[in-house]
Design a protein around this ligand. Structure first.
Ligand code: CO
Length: 455
């Protein structure tokens, strides 16, 4: 059997290259073609798309999901789910996590890819249990990073753990694009040998090595790779789907995608991409290879965030110094993988350390929370001297962070009964509070006028 392909253009491609601004209308122009192109699945929802719909696009993310499902009756639909953070930026109570999983599946998702920034499996448990309970395909993704503790053995042990948790498949999620071809070969070979799970590889082209890494992973027996339809591929996104379809054609790995459907969809998406190039959303920089990320082990999105933070403070001359400080902060924090939200936290701390001229003189609230254990267990011990300087003798929790969160779904449902017309609305509010409330007021406000009803 050939290699299976998941196309990520409509989620990660949009998120990596055009700040998640792809609209539902634009998605629906290509979705029916992709539905019949022979993919294993399409990644279309979750990640930052939910936030972007409510915050920037004035769209209901749940309606988007239902519309995509309708346009794609054949192919499996996949979403990215940040464990106990769901699609938001802090931990939510277990009942909200469970309800969100239930409703994601009910509205059209087949595969839920769950990950935790720290690979703390306690933060995956609620989502995984719910996905199994409501008969979804539960994929656990391990955040890939390099550090003295993130060895092949570390990932193999984690993979065995998630297999026991009941995951249906495993993904190596290399959000920064730092996985090198040789390392991928070793990692995938070991995972194939020591677990029974189908293995998927997700990486980014940022450092310029992704296609080489995928090919070595394929030789090592990887089952599924993530690629993006050409117009939203390359740079900080995934490699081109079409390129892989051509490269593997006629080999035992042939993914056998329908090239004419891909061409047709790509032609449409290329026009859409042009719009974002012209209006400045898509920056040439995002499309360029950046081997610095291999040197600093920093994701592309984080590099551009650092640049804009420094630019705003008129301190671009400190860029190199900040880049050198990032690995130091990361070491002090016990080597967290640099993925949302840790990438922003570590980046901001590095900027503060350099700008104030004294390490940890200024510390953002999120770093304080992290040091209290509120994000979960750090992969390696944190530097106790640094912890003491920042939080003194405060208690550091060792229980699962969400253990102390009270159930909140029914409470929110009652509290917002005038605005939230269905459980999906309540979930939008649970995750994005005022942003969702404002959106729903706009959404139903229009209808209220039409039907002359006062809300
Ligand atoms: Co990604």
């Amino acid at each position: 059997m050939g290699v299976k392909i998941v196309d990520t253009a409509l989620r990660d491609g949009s998120q990596s290259l055009i700040a998640t601004r792809l609209t539902t209308d634009e998605i629906l122009r290509v979705a029916p073609l992709l539905d019949k192109a022979g993919y294993y699945a399409l990644e279309v929802w979750g990640g930052a798309t939910f936030d972007s719909c409510l915050r920037f696009l004035d769209e209901d993310p749940w309606e988007r999901l239902r519309a995509i499902r309708k346009a794609c009756p054949n192919v499996k639909l996949q979403m990215l789910f940040r464990g106990q953070n769901i699609l938001g930026y802090h931990h939510y109570s277990d009942d909200v996590v469970e309800k969100f999983v239930e409703k994601s599946l009910a509205n059209g998702i087949d595969i839920i890819r769950v990950f935790d920034a720290l690979n703390d499996v306690r933060n995956l448990k609620s989502a995984v249990d719910a996905c199994i309970k409501y008969h979804g395909h539960c994929q656990i993704a391990l955040s890939y990073t390099t550090s003295p503790v993130h060895t092949v053995d570390y990932y193999v042990e984690l993979a065995k753990k998630v297999e026991k948790m009941g995951a249906h498949s495993l993904c190596i999620k290399d959000m920064a694009g730092v996985l090198l071809p040789g390392d991928a070969y070793e990692l995938i070979s070991r995972l194939k040998k020591e677990t029974k799970l189908p293995i998927e590889l997700h990486s980014h082209c940022t450092g310029g090595v992704c296609s080489m890494t995928y090919l070595k992973a394929i030789e090592a027996g990887v089952d599924i790779i993530d690629t993006a339809l050409t117009p939203l591929s390359g740079g900080t996104s995934q490699p081109s789907t079409e390129s892989f379809n051509y490269a593997l054609k006629g080999t035992k790995y042939d993914p056998k995608l329908d090239q004419s459907k891909l061409d047709e969809a790509s032609a449409i998406l290329a026009k859409i991409k042009d719009k974002y190039l012209k209006n400045g959303t898509l920056k040439v920089k995002a499309l360029q290879v950046n081997p610095n990320i291999l040197r600093y082990q920093v994701p592309g999105g984080m590099l551009s965030n650092l640049m804009s933070q420094l630019d705003k403070q008129g301190a671009m001359d400190k860029y190199e110094e900040v880049l050198k400080e990032v690995p130091n902060v990361r070491k002090d924090m016990g080597y967290p993988p640099l993925v949302t939200p840790l990438s922003q936290m570590v980046g901001t701390q590095a900027v503060m350390n350099v700008m104030t001229g004294e390490r940890y003189k200024m510390v953002p609230k999120e770093i304080k929370d992290y040091l209290h254990g509120l994000y979960g267990a750090a992969p390696a011990p944190v530097d106790e001297e640094v912890r003491k300087k920042i939080i003194g003798d405060d208690e550091v929790i060792t229980y699962r962070p969400a253990d102390k969160l009270e159930p909140s779904f029914e409470k929110l449902k009652k509290e917002y009964k005038k605005i939230a017309k269905c459980d999906e609305d309540v979930l939008s509010i649970a995750l994005f509070e005022n942003i969702a409330v404002d959106f729903l007021k706009r959404k139903y406000g229009l209808k209220a006028e039409e039907f002359n009803v006062t809300l």
